[in-house]
Each structure stands twice: as structure tokens, then as C-alpha cells.
Design a protein around this ligand. Structure first.
Ligand code: ADP
Length: 348
């Protein structure tokens, strides 16, 4: 850089001294010696001044770069403001490049930190969730081994309880695998034209026994047009299954769970409505988070893994949609989601 500022100063000084000397030749009284002295003096003075000025400018810019590097070392990038773009000054350009590169790296670091925090929290949650059914099953089996196995009445009861805990563990592992596959995008969505009415009918048939156990009526409201959407049949079946089985679980005995469709111009909205216990306002924003439950022990009692709604949210994300919920404590809840209408269903 010093080398280039010397060359630049030399060229500038040469130009200035040549112009000055040429200007003096216009005067007839000026002889060759005066011209020569003028050339030497003007060249020397302008060389020194230009060199000093250039060095000063370069020094200022390099100082700025050092300051930036210093802030980067101290990880104070968040407080820095972006440099002016499109500058012609090469040093400012370097400054700008360093800033953009550091900004990019800082974003990557922030993202990695977030992922790391998420991973730690996820492992802590999973360990906690796995511990509960394992400890329960372990307790029943050890009690049996410690002598309860000889008591016929207790034996059957404890084995049933251990089996229920292991079934819960199996459901949890299944849900975890599903969630992990969806999150890591290992599951590809197979979009096709799906008749939501037909899909819901199949889901309700599957859940009929569960509803009957609690004397709950399942109602599917028909619509004039077929509710045809662009979706992955298998995944939306899972969404519907999770929502309807939640509605059954949280309804009071003898209640009703209904599914209906609102056919709009571009989208179809599905509503799953129950008249059960409802969800208090403060929980509504959090129920789609993994392992979030309004009442932990009651959820486990009812066979819940705490992942049902997180799976619903992730599947709908892959359909560029999101679940919504309206609920009144003691009156019931309505879960809704929108899906894009299928092209061949739009003009029906
Ligand atoms: P779980 O396996 O516990 O049902 P979910 O993710 O499916 O987990 O639901 C999260 C929580 O949201 C549940 O524990 C429950 O407290 C609440 N919830 C979900 N659906 C309903 C509903 N239809 N009525 C009342 N509460 C519900």
C-alpha cells in the first residue's frame, strides 16, 4: 500500500510540476534556470504533500478496519452499523467485505447456538418423558419379583399396569420417531387430490370403539361439494386422527365430537369440535409445543404422549398451513386447519 501511495504521489507531483512549468513558459521574461528551479521545487513540494495526504487517508481507513476487527474479536458485531455500499474507495470496500463476512458468520454462530440449546432441551425433555413409563413398569415388575407374583389377584393387576406403561412407552417412541422424521424432512409429502370427507369417515370408523367406550357420538357434517384438497393422504389422516382422538379424550361422557368443512374459494377449512373440558386462555399459545400438557398426570393417564399436537403442527407446516384453536373452559374446543383446494375440485 505504501508503494502504491508513493507511485500515486509521484504521478500527482509530476503532473502539478509540469503544469506549473508550462504555465511559466507563457511569460517571455522567465528563463530556463527559473523554469528548472520551479519544476524541482513544485515537484518536491507537491510530492511531499500528496504523499502525506494519501498516507493520512489510508491510515484513517486502516484504522477503521482495525477497529472493526477489534470489535469482531470482542464479539460486538451486533452493535455495528453497516458500511455505505457501492463506495469506490478500495479500503472502504475491504472494510465492507469484512463486515458482511463477519455478519454472515455471526448469523451462523447464532443459529448453531440456538440449535445447541434446542438439542439440550430436547434431550432433557425426552429423558424425562422416557423415565416415567420405564420407572412405572420397573416398579411393578420388581414388586412382582419380590413376592407379589405368588398372589393371584395382585399378579394380574400388576402385570396389566406394567403392560400399560410399556404400551405408553411404545406410543411415545413411535411419536418421537414420527416427529423427528418430519422435522428432519426425512418424510417426503406425497401431494395428491384428497377427499377430506372420505378421509374423515375412515378416521371416525377407526376411532369408533374409543368413542363408544365413553359413549361419545361422532358426527361428520356433509357439504354440498366434495371437499377436495391438495394434500398428503397419510399425513392428513394422522392430523385428523390426533385431533379427533384428543377431542374424544377431553370430552365428557355422552358428549359429541363433530367434524365439518368450510369450502372457500382457494382453501377448505376443517373444524374438529368438542363440547368437553376446554382449554384456559394461558395454555392456548403453548399446546402445540412438544411435551406441553395442560394437566401432565391426567394426560398420561389418558395415554397421551404430549406430542400429538406438535406432530399436527409440523405436518401442517409441510402443507404451508398451521392449526388454530378456539376454546372456552367448560364449554369445549374447536381445532381448525386450512388446506389448499385441489385444482380439479375448484369448479365443482
Ligand atoms: P397429549 O398426548 O397429552 O394429548 P397433545 O399434544 O395431543 O398431547 O395435546 C397437548 C395438550 O393439549 C393436552 O395434554 C391437553 O391438555 C390439551 N388438549 C389437546 N386437545 C384438547 C381438547 N380437544 N380439549 C382440551 N384439551 C386439549
Amino acid at each position: 500500500m505504501v508503494y502504491s501511495s508513493r507511485v500515486l504521489a509521484f504521478i500527482l507531483a509530476l503532473c502539478i510540476s509540469v503544469i506549473t512549468t508550462l504555465f511559466l513558459t507563457l511569460f517571455e521574461t522567465v528563463n530556463a534556470t527559473v523554469l528548472m528551479v520551479t519544476f524541482v521545487i513544485s515537484f518536491s513540494v507537491s510530492y511531499i504533500l500528496s504523499f502525506a495526504l494519501l498516507e493520512l487517508l489510508i491510515f484513517r481507513e486502516i484504522n477503521k478496519i482495525y477497529k472493526l476487527m477489534d470489535k469482531l474479536k470482542k464479539k460486538e458485531l451486533h452493535g455495528l452499523s453497516k458500511q455505505k455500499p457501492n463506495t469506490l474507495n478500495p479500503l472502504e470496500k475491504i472494510n465492507e467485505e469484512i463486515f458482511s463476512f463477519a455478519e454472515l458468520k455471526q448469523k451462523e454462530i447464532d443459529e448453531l447456538r440456538k440449535l445447541e440449546a434446542f438439542r439440550k432441551e430436547f434431550i432433557a425433555d425426552i429423558s424425562h418423558e422416557l423415565k416415567t413409563p420405564i420407572f412405572a413398569a420397573q416398579g411393578f415388575v420388581h414388586t412382582l419379583l419380590d413376592g407379589a407374583v405368588n398372589d393371584k389377584a395382585v399378579r394380574g393387576k400388576f402385570l396389566k399396569k406394567a403392560a400399560r406403561s410399556l404400551d405408553g412407552l411404545d406410543a411415545l417412541v413411535q411419536d418421537l420417531l414420527t416427529l423427528s422424521h418430519i422435522e428432519t424432512r426425512q418424510i417426503k409429502m406425497h401431494f395428491e387430490t384428497v377427499d377430506l370427507h372420505e378421509l374423515t369417515q375412515e378416521v371416525l370408523e377407526q376411532l369408533e370403539d374409543k368413542a363408544e367406550e365413553r359413549k361419545i357420538t361422532l358426527t361428520l357434517h356433509g357439504s354440498k361439494n366434495k371437499p377436495l384438497v391438495d394434500a398428503d393422504w397419510q399425513r392428513i389422516t394422522q392430523v385428523m386422527t390426533n385431533l379427533v382422538s384428543n377431542a374424544i379424550k377431553h370430552s365428557s361422557e355422552g358428549g359429541e365430537v363433530s367434524v365439518s368443512f368450510d369450502i372457500g374459494k382457494k382453501n377448505i377449512t376443517t373444524h374438529v369440535r368438542d363440547h368437553g373440558e376446554g382449554i384456559a386462555e394461558e395454555h392456548l399459545a403453548r399446546i402445540f409445543e412438544r411435551f406441553y400438557r395442560v394437566d401432565k398426570s391426567r394426560s398420561r393417564e389418558k395415554g397421551g404422549t404430549g406430542l400429538g399436537l406438535a406432530i399436527v403442527k409440523h405436518i401442517l407446516e409441510h402443507h404451508s398451513s398451521k392449526p388454530e384453536v378456539e376454546s372456552v373452559v367448560g364449554k369445549g374446543s374447536t381445532f381448525s386447519f386450512k388446506l389448499q383446494r385441489a385444482k380439479d375440485g375448484e369448479d365443482q
